[in-house]
Design a protein around this ligand. Sequence first.
Ligand code: CA
Length: 389
Amino acid sequence: MRVPLPRLLRLPWTAVLTAFVLLASGFTAMSASGAESGCRVDYTVNKWTGGYTAQIKVTNLGPALDGWRLTWTYTGDQQVTSAWNAAVTQTGRSVVAAHTDWNGALATGGSADFGLQGTWRSADPAPGDFALNGTPCGGDGTPPPTTPPTTPPPTTPPTGADCGGAVICSDFEDQTGPAPSGAWQFTAPDCQGTGTAAVDTAVAHSGSRSLRVDGRAGYCNHAFVASTADLSSVGPVMYVRMWVRHTTALPSAHVTFVSLPDSSQGGRSLRVGGQNGALQWNRETDDATLPAQSPAGVALSRPLPTGSWQCLRFAIDTTAPGLDTWLGDEQIPGLHADGVPTQDIDQQWLVRTAPPRPTALRLGWESYGTGDDTLWFDDVSVGSAPLGC
Ligand code: CA
């Protein structure tokens, strides 16, 4: 995929938006409804191959509001990655935008402006089912309710029942024994030392269970739990979402906590972990890293926070050079590969041109030198459609 986010992140938004207006390609504006209803939404989108920004103006045509919440449903495969002047969350195709501290009051006839950026692949039609505080815009003219919406917007991730058809969709609540079983199997593919994995009933992101890994330093102390799901046909873009909770900061030495056996590497793994204290991708066959481990490259990645649950998401293109990574709502610029080599980021990564073809998922811990950690995984999904946190 060719989402030009790293370059965009280095520019002020005004410059980016001006550039898009000047390019004027794909520039469209639409109004979601007429003036006869309780609200009106002007949704103006600037799009390019694989990405878009949308400027959204919501006008309250009903009684004054002391807080607002605008919802809509995407009919394409858009995925919101960031937003400004509203708290925007996406679950499946459903999007919720909630007011911020400074724009919650909406007088009759008043409006609020906010914007967002996202990605899309095959289709990105503008949404048409906007609703303000639950009342459809362009509906029957019923004014929106005057009671404030319930904020903040929901942050509970999809659980077992609603991963939208994902091939892996696990909240580990079905793991009733102390050891991983059924769809999750302990594995130590090379050699086994003192690393362990267990179902934990004391720490969980959802429900009352998660997967706990006690990983130890040294190559043979690695411990992984492998999903039994065959991921060979997930794609063309494989979307991975997990919640992970670490105890110890990522060390200077190389470690891995997600391992994806990759048929394009003869079964060796595409790996997610850390080095130099920051998140990184690593390819087992040639030890290439993303970003490059130069100081400038490492600075474009992020540490993995400890002591709290973190939502980590990947989009892995299996047909073209393309890899994206999100920590929470942030797309990490140093963990982005596209078809254009960028020094300190993906110049080294793109030396190997065959795109990855992950076939399986392993969660755990592997340390090639120093570095041990206790970490937990929960609400893990892998599918062919984008996944929200
Ligand atoms: Ca759980």
